[in-house]
Structures are given as C-alpha cells and as structure tokens.
Design a protein around this ligand. Structure first.
Ligand code: WT7
Length: 648
C-alpha cells in the first residue's frame, strides 16, 4: 500500500477545490455535461454566446466532435484584449534567456497586445488570412507567443514544429498543411549552443513546391542567407506595423492549431484542435490543476513546440490573465542549478516540468538545489511520462521541501489538456499515480483482447475514455478516416489512448506506459515506425526494427536492430553514420541510443517481425522470450542474444 500525501490544511483552505468541491463538481460534470460545460464555458468571452453545448459522437464510422458549436469568439482577444481593462500593466510574459548573463524581459499585457497586433498586421501584408496555415519553427522567445497569438487573431491556423526537428521533418510538415508562411528566427540559442534555424528553414523549403514565404525574427543577429521576395525581416517590418488589428470572429469549431505527433504506424499525423472547446478546457485545467490564483507566477518548462507549451505556457495561463514564464534554455546550463536559480530570481509559484529533467538533476546532487531560495514555490507538477518513486521523493523533499503538492498530470497531444490529474487541494497524491479524472473526463479500463469494460474498482488493462471533453482533438489534418481508425476502431464507442493502465482499490489511476509501438523518450513521443523508415532509407541498410528499452534518465531509450545490405559490414564508422543519418531525417531526439547489428530479425512465417522478442532482448530479459516456435527461423534469436550479451 503506497503512502498517500494530502496537501497541507493551509493549502486546502485556500485551494479552488477541496475534496467536497471536487466530488460535487465531478459528479455534475459526468451526469450533466451540458449543464456543467454550459456554465463553465462562460469563463471565456464569447462574441456570440453558444446555445448548443455538446454535440459529440464516438460511433464507428461517424465520429464527430463539436462543442459550443454555434458560439463565436477570438482566442487572442481572450488571451490579451480582455485583460487590458484590469491588468494592462501586469506582466504577461517573463522571458528568461538561455544564458544567465543576458537580461530577462518582462512583457506586460499592454505590450503583448501591441506586439500581437503588429505581427498579425505583418501576416496580413504577407497575404495570410483566415483559415490559412502558418508553420512556426522558433526558439523559445516571446516572438513565438506573439506568432501564435497573431495567427489566432486573424484566424490563421498555426502548426508549430519543434526547433529540434530537422530540415527534412520541417519540410514534410510545411507540405502536409500547405502552409503559406513559415515563421522562424536566425538562430536558436540553447544550452550554450546555437541551432541555425534559418538555414534549416532554407533547406526545408528546397522540398516545398508551393508558394511559402518566410518571416525571420532576429534572435542572435548571426549570419544568414536571404532569398529576395521570399524572405522577410520581421524586425524591420515591425518598425512600421500598426499596433492595432481587429480580432477576427471565429466559430467555436474553427481549427486553432495543428500539431504533429507520432503514432504507431506511418508518418506523424497532424492533430487538429478547436478554438472554443480547447480554450475553455485549457483555462479550466490551468486554474484547477495548478491551483492558480491571481498574481501567481507560473512556470512550465516545456517548449512551445510540444502541446504542453501550447496549453500551459501560452493559452491556459494567458487566457487566465496569469504571468507565464518562458525559458529559452535547458536545466543543466550553465550548470544544474539553472532551474532553481530561475525560480528564485522570478519568485515562481507553480513549477511544472518532466520526470526526465527531475531524474537528470537528481543525479547531479542536492547542492545545486540548496543554493537557491525556493520558498515562493507552492506547487510542483510533472508531465509526459510516469514518474518513478525515487524521483518523486527527491522532487517532493529536496525541491518542494515537503511543503508542495505534486500534480502528476496525465494527458496527450490529442487531449489538449489534463485528463487525469490530482486537484491539489482535493486529492491526496500517491507517488507515481496520476490519481483521478479531471471534470468531465470518464476513464475506463478495458480488457485488452475482448474490449470489455472492467467495472471492478481495482482493474488493469487498456485506458480508454468513454465520452468527449471540450479539448478533444477534432480530426487528423486532411485525413478524418485516419482519425477514426487510430482512436476509435480498436474499441468501439470509446476513445483509445494507446496507454496501459491500472486502477487501484481507491480508484486511483496508474499509467503503465504505451501498449502500441510508440516509445516515450524523455517525455517525447516517438513512433518506432518513423525511426525504422528513416534507417531503411539509408543505402546500406536492408532492414531495421526499433523498440524502446529502459533508460535511467530518458525513461525509455531508442534501441535499433539493423540488418545491413549484402556485402556491407558493421563498423563503428557506420554506426556513427547511421546516427547522423537519423538526426538529419528526423532530428536529434530520434537518434538511436543503441544500434545492434542483426544478421536477421525474428519473423513469423508470414514475415511479421516479432517485436515482443526484440523488446525482451533489448531489456536483457532473455528468460522471458516466450514461444519462439512460430518463428520462420528460431536460430536468429540465439544470434541476437549472443550479440546482446557481447555488448552489441
Ligand atoms: C503520452 C502522450 C501530454 C503532454 C506531454 C506528452 C505519456 C503523458 C503522463 C503521465 C504517465 C504520461 C503517455 C501518453 N504520458 N503524461 N503523467 N504519466 N505517462 O504528450 O507526446 O502526446 O505523449 O505520454 O504515454 O499517452 P504526448
């Protein structure tokens, strides 16, 4: 029986929700979703109020999700303009640069308004309008937030590509959404190094055959090359751009953004999020999960290139009128005290990061934490992967001083916001458990093969969600059939998360990890199929199979079995070459941690690779290979084990 950790009486007394409030609100949210969301939808400003709250179907062949469908609104007006009356001079964004030597910036809501309008006017001058797609490939600088909100202001749809992705990956996403404009910067400083974003963007556009302009923000002033009539200088255009721009009236169901994410098959898919439902849910989760109060300084350490950055650096905090901290750097530069120094410097109240960062910092020792005054922190959060009890305890004791509730938030790119998470004043936590569902969320555990719902409180199986919530993704960009097939085909009538899960006797949920061919590397999602297709695109590679394996810091590492073309032989040089190859095809986050040369791969007689066996070998778990008698050639397994034992 794991220990439970309730928040302090003081915390509970001041919290937005205590246990009774949570129970009452949760019960209403599932018994009367229309009534509940009809009421809470009013937390944002509507131009034309909605009369229809929920119109959703998970029915096979007819998956259709609409919330607040007849309402109209503008997201940028909600995140910026509506705060001007009360908090124009309050800081909206604190920007902390990569290097502590460089000065932080404080952008007030008034300044944010002017900047967003200017950027929006620049977009318009470049021919971007309502419904057009704009790809952002940006460092973590305030202009990234301006660029997002400027899209929202004019009704353009942004698609952010994480700045760690390669030129090839960027090009594919520009093509995938037929983007009219690419917004980037000259360079992205990070951890003392600098990524040449503009030159990556140049390379990406070599593979784009429709008309796509480029708007370039100056970050370092480093050298770039310029293509006349295609490339535009943001800093120059900003000088003359007007600081007023009307906000477009958008329908609740108009897409707000596209964000590509990996799945178990094929290339990444463009997850489409809505305008109204997404914003309501981002607002509500930000307030309740983090127990955000007016005046708090909120810091989410994610990058805006991931959904966490969308919902909890930009949209959630800003729609709530918060001060959100945006950090350009990494946890360990210049040294492992960086996060804590930033918390001290800006008096951070809520701190939200990934278990992988906690593990990495824990490994550096407590002294890096103890040198900073962390007394402003009231709440800690984690996201992206399960947190192991050791890291949880360190986070709780050393960082939180035992005073701060830890919210372990389970959600996905597809869910738009938190689905399973403690509300800190209401739900005592257990290390490693995401605890209980957020308002309106009905998790169910299904028996994996029969698809039957398990009704016992204590249960284990696959995690599905029974009914829609406002921030649910609406479709896959340009491929609604793929949306239905990926999420609604395996278990009819449910949204399938791809995660395995256990529910304990107290009704707490424990995510056990992906049950599909998706791996979680440092809290980032990677499709094994994607890495495999990058590997086999190399001329010397005949075949590749990729699996995850336990990694101390990253949670999971990328393990690649590679079969070479006839006549090629393994070498250290080739190993390096393949690593570089994958970096160029996808980006540094996809680089295999281990490559094992495999003369053959275990296949069934029908030619299907038996990944179960490859996973076990990668885990050094040779005793549990199970039945190998259905393999076409069982002896390949012995070879693989022998090579694995010889340390590859
Ligand atoms: C997958 C989604 C949601 C933003 C970050 C990742 C895993 C996420 C947790 C958690 C255990 C978690 C799941 C999920 N995951 N949060 N608190 N505990 N696992 O978004 O890239 O869409 O990945 O991350 O496996 O399916 P994503």
């Amino acid at each position: 029986m794991p220990e439970t950790y309730p928040a302090s009486p003081d915390f509970i007394a001041n919290a937005h929700a205590d246990a009774d409030t949570y129970e009452r609100m949760y019960a209403q949210s599932v018994s009367d979703p229309e009534g509940f969301w009809g009421e809470h939808g009013k937390r944002i400003d509507w131009i034309k109020p909605y009369t229809v709250v929920k119109n959703t179907s998970f029915a096979p062949g007819n998956v259709d999700i609409k919330w607040f469908e007849d309402g109209t609104l503008n997201v940028a007006a909600n995140c910026v303009d509506r705060h001007l009356a009360e908090r124009a001079d309050q800081v909206a964004i604190i920007w902390e640069p990569d290097s502590p030597e460089e000065e932080a910036k404080h952008i007030t809501y008034r300044e944010l308004h002017a900047e967003v309008c200017k950027m929006a006017n620049i977009y318009k001058d470049l021919g971007v309008g309502k419904g057009d797609r704009v790809v952002l490939y940006m460092p973590m600088i305030p202009e990234a937030a301006y660029a997002m909100l400027a899209c929202a202001r004019i009704g353009a749809i942004h698609s952010i590509v994480f700045a760690g992705f390669s030129a090839d990956a960027l090009g594919a996403r520009i093509n995938g959404s037929d983007a009219k404009l690419l917004v980037t910067a000259d360079y992205a400083p990070r951890g003392g190094r600098s990524t040449p974003l503009k030159s990556n963007a140049d390379a990406a556009l070599l593979n784009v055959f429709h008309d796509c302009k480029m708007l370039v923000v100056k970050r370092t002033g480093g050298q770039t090359t310029w293509t006349e009539d295609r490339d535009f200088d943001y800093n120059a255009l900003r000088e003359t751009a007007s600081a007023e721009c009307a906000a477009e009236e958008m329908a609740a169901e108009d897409p707000l953004f596209i964000l590509y994410t990996s799945g178990s098959t094929g290339q990444p898919k463009g997850v489409v999020h809505s305008t109204g439902g997404y914003l309501v849910f981002a607002s509500m989760t930000h307030q309740y999960t983090f127990d955000y109060h007016d005046g708090d300084i909120f810091w989410c350490t994610a990058d805006v290139g991931w959904v966490t950055g969308h919902s909890y650096i930009v949209y959630g905090p800003l729609v709530n009128g918060a001060t959100t901290l945006m950090f350009e750097g990494v946890p360990t530069y210049p040294d492992a005290s960086r996060f804590w120094q930033v918390c001290e410097k800006h008096r951070v109240n809520q701190f939200y990061t990934a278990p992988t960062a906690i593990r990495a910092l824990m490994g550096q020792g407590d002294d890096y934490v103890k040198g900073s005054d962390l007394s402003s922190i009231r709440l800690l959060g984690t996201v992206g992967e399960p947190i192991n009890p050791e890291a949880w305890n360190w986070y709780n004791d050393v960082v939180g001083g035992g005073r701060c509730p830890i919210v372990d938030t389970w959600w996905q790119t597809e869910t738009g916001g938190h689905l399973i998470t403690p509300l800190p004043g209401a739900i005592p936590t257990k290390p490693g458990s995401a605890t209980k569902p957020f308002f309106g969320v009905q998790p169910v555990i299904l028996e994996p093969t029969s698809g039957e719902e398990i009704h016992d409180t204590a249960a284990e199986g696959v995690l599905c969600i029974k009914d829609s919530w406002p921030a649910q993704m609406r479709t896959v960009w340009g491929d609604h059939a793929r949306f239905e097939k990926t999420y609604f085909a395996d278990y009819k009538g449910y949204y399938f998360t791809g995660d395995g899960c256990r529910r304990d006797e107290d009704g707490y949920y424990w995510i056990t990890g992906r049950v599909d061919d998706v791996i979680n590397v440092s809290g980032h999602r990677m499709g094994t199929a994607e890495v495999e297709s990058a590997l086999v695109a190399h001329v010397k590679v005949a075949e590749a199979a990729v699996v995850g394996y336990p990694h101390d810091i990253k949670g999971q590492g990328i393990y690649a079995y590679v079969t070479l073309m006839n006549g090629e032989s393994p070498s250290e040089e080739l190993r390096k070459e393949l690593e570089v190859w994958v970096r160029t095809e996808i980006g540094p986050i996809a680089k295999p941690d281990l490559i094992q040369w495999a003369p053959g791969l275990p296949k069934t007689r029908s030619g299907k690779i038996m990944r179960r066996i490859l996973r076990k070998i990668a885990e050094d778990d040779f005793g549990a290979l199970g039945d190998t008698s259905t393999l076409a050639d069982p002896s390949v397994v012995d070879d693989l084990i022998e090579n694995r034992m010889n340390k590859l």
